[in-house]
Design a protein around this ligand. Structure first.
Ligand SMILES: [Zn+2]
Length: 389
């Protein structure tokens, strides 16, 4: 019941028959909702990549329901000691442990993993790139190593001011298969408690600079120092070369520079925000926010002279964004491990008669991914037609 990207747990969704409740006062309703759902990735899942809900039942723990807008599309079991298995193929275990492998992660973790690994399309090639992860890194582990990929240095990824994040002490190995539990209370009481914040709570985005903010910068006193008396184009070429923390500090060092920063230099703040990769909502998050009337930052639609400087400063300060940046870092680390190991893996390209070709293993995986993906497309089409009737 842990996420392969962040290794935080899932909590029982509303359809759980026998949920193990988590201690009260740990998660609010919105956080709880976030941790109950995720994204399943595997060639045996219909659609290959599909939203899942975590379920807890009395006899079969660690179950995920694949719904994708339907009453029930599929069920998968996760993190048993014998491997991650699909109940429909549960026995013999020796076989299923080898054949049935899934990656399951929280919704944002999965979306950022797809972004980081350039696998956001629903094409066979892109979906195979995602499924291929467990061929290269091995099956996610069980028990106290819950969800963890081997070879990925999870602990070395920074989160906010913390240089290391080790969740291993909070995972307790249960006696029965899939019986591992997460010690929410100890996490909450530790200096890591803030990582339970949702990574999709973005700072408020202001499409214009607040007039009061501008007024307070009027009539900046003329100074005689060398920096502020430099021609503006020279100053600008100086700030372009600065690292973001230095830039933010520099821009706030006097009223004249601050005025430049909140007016003509907003475009530089915008580039810095967009370069971060994690700091603006993904298109799905943006569209959802738009439907709810929330103003969010967007590369295409947000004005270039919006208050990007304020936004840049806030994305580094809020706990939710610290968590999002951490998840982004974890996805980069998974990609690093994948890229390092891929050339020696079974899916690496092979050279035949001097030509580079896909390996039989990669081609085999594509053959498995193709029908599962197109089957889901057909189901969706049929569903849409039924709705239109
Ligand atoms: Zn996660």
């Amino acid at each position: 019941m842990s996420c392969t990207v962040c290794r935080l747990p899932f909590v029982p969704g509303p359809a759980s028959a026998n949920p193990r409740p988590i201690p009260p006062g740990i998660l609010n309703e919105r956080q709880y909702r976030y941790f109950a759902y995720g994204l399943g990735i595997g060639y045996q899942i219909i659609g290959v990549v599909n939203p899942v809900e975590y379920l807890e039942h009395k006899l079969d723990s660690n179950m995920f329901a694949v719904r994708a807008g339907l009453p029930l599309l599929d069920m998968i079991q996760w993190e048993s000691h014998g491997g991650t298995v699909s109940p429909s193929h549960k026995y013999p275990r020796e076989t299923t442990a080898k054949q049935s492998k899934f990656v399951i992660c929280h919704t944002v973790c999965g979306a950022l993993l797809r972004r980081t690994t350039h696998a956001e399309e629903d094409s066979v090639d892109s979906l195979t790139d995602l499924v291929e992860l467990e061929r290269i890194l091995g099956r996610p582990q069980a028990g106290s190593q819950a969800g963890r990929f081997r070879h990925v240095k999870y602990e070395d990824v920074r989160c906010g001011k913390l240089k290391r994040v080790d969740l291993t002490p909070f995972w307790l190995d249960g006696n029965e298969e899939g019986g591992n539990t997460f010690d929410f209370q100890s996490l909450k009481a530790s200096n890591l408690g803030f990582i339970l914040n949702r990574p999709d709570t973005f700072p408020k985005f202001h499409e214009t600079v607040n007039p009061d903010r501008l007024r307070s910068l009027d009539n900046a006193t003329v100074t005689k120092d060398v920096i502020t008396n430099l021609p503006t184009d020279v100053l600008e070429s100086l700030v372009i070369r600065m690292e973001t923390p230095a830039y933010v500090q520099f821009a706030s060092s006097c009223r004249l520079l601050r005025r430049h920063a909140v007016t003509a230099w907003q475009r530089h703040a915008r580039s810095r925000v967009l370069e971060l990769g994690w700091a603006v909502p993904l298109s799905s998050e943006y569209e959802q926010g738009k439907k709810q009337g929330i103003v969010m930052a967007n590369a295409k639609e947000s004005p270039a002279d919006a208050d990007w400087l304020l936004y840049l400063s806030h994305v580094h300060r809020t706990q939710s964004m610290n968590v999002r940046e951490w998840i982004w870092g974890l996805c980069q680390e998974i990609k690093r491990a994948r890229d390092a190991l891929r050339p020696d893996s079974e899916v690496a390209e092979i050279v035949v008669d001097g030509e580079r070709r896909k390996s039989p293993s990669r081609l085999g995986l594509e053959k498995q991914v193709g029908p599962m993906s197109s089957m889901f497309q057909q189901i969706k089409q049929a569903q849409n037609m039924a709705k239109q009737r």
